[in-house]
Design a protein around this ligand. Structure first.
Ligand SMILES: [Zn+2]
Length: 471
């Protein structure tokens, strides 16, 4: 009989490209099918052949709809994968937004490279097209949370809430031979997500595979604790300043989840009478579509949503204006403040937020509100660190606007990861740490070993571990 084993293909030693192959007697299963993103050395790995023939994979299980967890799917289908892609309904709906958009961007990049002549391949080809991304959606099959689903002979999978973005789950795999329960964290959210319930406890697990994005640090943010309201206070100050001076608040935000969370905070402040109800524009077609998904899941009373919000409209006090066409987006440039513009991309690496920054940076009445993680080297990171100038579309712009940053992370920090791991009952025999930069993974390994006395390992790309054997 074949030995059951895990192979960490992507998301090992880095935070993108999540892919773990699970080999069992009953078949081959891929947990997450993510795109490598960020630095070029990572992005190039999307072109490397997988160590396994896609046609031989029986099923894909998705934890959530972020591209670093699902964005390689169209490529897998192009490579011959013909099995089902299992995920929650929220993930299916969000993937139907982000995957075609990713295909569109891949096509744009290839076209740009061809026009500028800087591709090694001639002609430069997209990793996959928008049409191929749309075609891959046909393979999706949805599961309910907490409902064991047969995947291949001798293997069942159960999705548990992870509280990271809508639809996000940890996945528990129950193998018959050897009898083992392996739990994949997926990306774990914060216990204080304002819309989603916190991650579910692990329960029984022989082996846990956990993310470690923030394995080495606590979030120093004043989140909603009932005692202090750091996010609300900072945001109120920013909005009131815009109202006072007739300024514009530009908020670069990730289209999925960050936009909803930012707007939720704003809605709360308006409802509590702490800020005036300024015009709010959501300038990102993808964010507008994701907003519709969040809205309908809330109103439909999805079990992931906090009970007090189920069956209610997403916003009670504000009425954000969706900005869909390019013309509508450009028209905002002629509009005077006070107003608030939420736009993508979240780190100001591209997208419509660039023209808003170009238009608004030079005026001291305006504020740029940074609300999420900013990778080193991005414009968002430069602004956060007090850059006096910013290059946009080839032109240098003076930064006269006020720059304010608040931490609205969608990821658990070290203490929250440890709290989740502590919910495994009884203690697992092994913890494999993935989805983190090497320092972050190493720090979590040390914490897990020190705190729980469990064998823990930071996995490396290509590493294989047998299930049913000690480390
Ligand atoms: Zn994620």
């Amino acid at each position: 009989m074949k030995t059951a084993q895990l192979t960490f293909i992507g998301g090992a030693g880095t935070v993108t490209g999540s892919k773990t192959l699970v080999e069992t007697a009953g078949g081959l299963v891929l947990v997450d099918c993510g795109l490598f993103q960020g630095e070029k050395r990572y992005r190039l790995q999307n072109w490397d052949p997988l160590p396994v023939d896609p046609a031989s994979i029986d099923a894909v299980l998705l934890t959530h709809a972020h591209l670093d967890h699902c964005g390689y799917l169209p490529r897998l289908v192009n490579g011959g994968f013909r099995g089902p892609v299992w995920c929650t309904e929220g993930t299916r709906r969000l993937a139907a937004i982000v995957l075609p958009d990713s295909g569109h961007l891949q096509e744009e990049e290839a076209e740009w490279a061809n026009r500028m002549g800087f591709s090694r391949h001639r002609p430069a080809l997209p990793l996959y097209t928008k049409d191929e991304a749309v075609a891959s959606l046909e393979r999706f099959r949805t599961v309910d949370f907490n409902t064991p689903t047969p995947i291949v002979e001798g293997l069942r999978a159960t999705w548990h809430r992870a509280g990271h973005i809508l639809g996000a789950a940890s996945i528990a795999l129950d193998l018959e031979r050897p009898a083992r329960r392996v739990v994949f964290s997926g990306d774990l959210g914060r216990s204080l997500h304002p819309l989603l319930l916190p991650p579910e406890p692990i329960g029984a697990a022989d082996v846990v595979v956990t993310e470690s994005t923030y394995g080495d640090e606590p979030h120093h943010d004043g989140t909603l604790t009932g005692v202090s309201d750091g996010v609300g206070e900072v945001m109120a100050e920013v909005v009131n300043r815009a109202a006072r001076y007739g300024g514009v608040v530009v908020i670069p935000a990730f289209a999925v989840d960050r936009t909803e969370v930012v707007l939720w905070h704003l809605d709360r402040l308006v409802a509590e009478g702490r800020v005036p109800d300024l015009p709010v524009f959501v300038d990102s077609p993808m964010a507008c579509r994701a907003l519709d998904v969040y809205r309908s899941e809330l109103e439909a009373g999805s079990p992931e949503v906090r009970p007090e919000l189920r069956g209610r409209p997403l916003f009670g006090a504000i009425d954000p204006v969706p900005v869909v066409t390019v013309e509508e987006s450009k028209a905002l440039n002629a509009r005077r403040g006070p107003m608030i513009v939420v736009s993508a991309s979240g780190m100001a690496t591209g997208g419509r937020v660039l023209h808003h920054l170009a238009r608004r940076l030079g005026d001291h009445r305006n504020t740029i509100l940074i609300v999420g993680f900013q990778a080193p080297g991005t414009r968002g990171d430069a602004l956060r660190h007090g850059a006096r100038q910013l290059k946009l579309h080839g032109q240098v712009h003076e930064v006269k606007a006020k720059v304010v940053s608040i931490a609205l992370s969608a990821h658990a920090d070290q203490s929250e990861l440890l709290r989740w791991l502590a919910s495994a009952e009884p203690r697992p025999e092994a913890v494999y740490v993935n989805h983190g930069e090497p320092d972050a993974s190493a720090a979590l390994v040390a914490a897990v070993t020190g705190r729980f006395g469990i064998d823990a390992v930071a996995v490396t790309p290509g590493q294989q571990v047998r299930l049913g054997e000690r480390l």
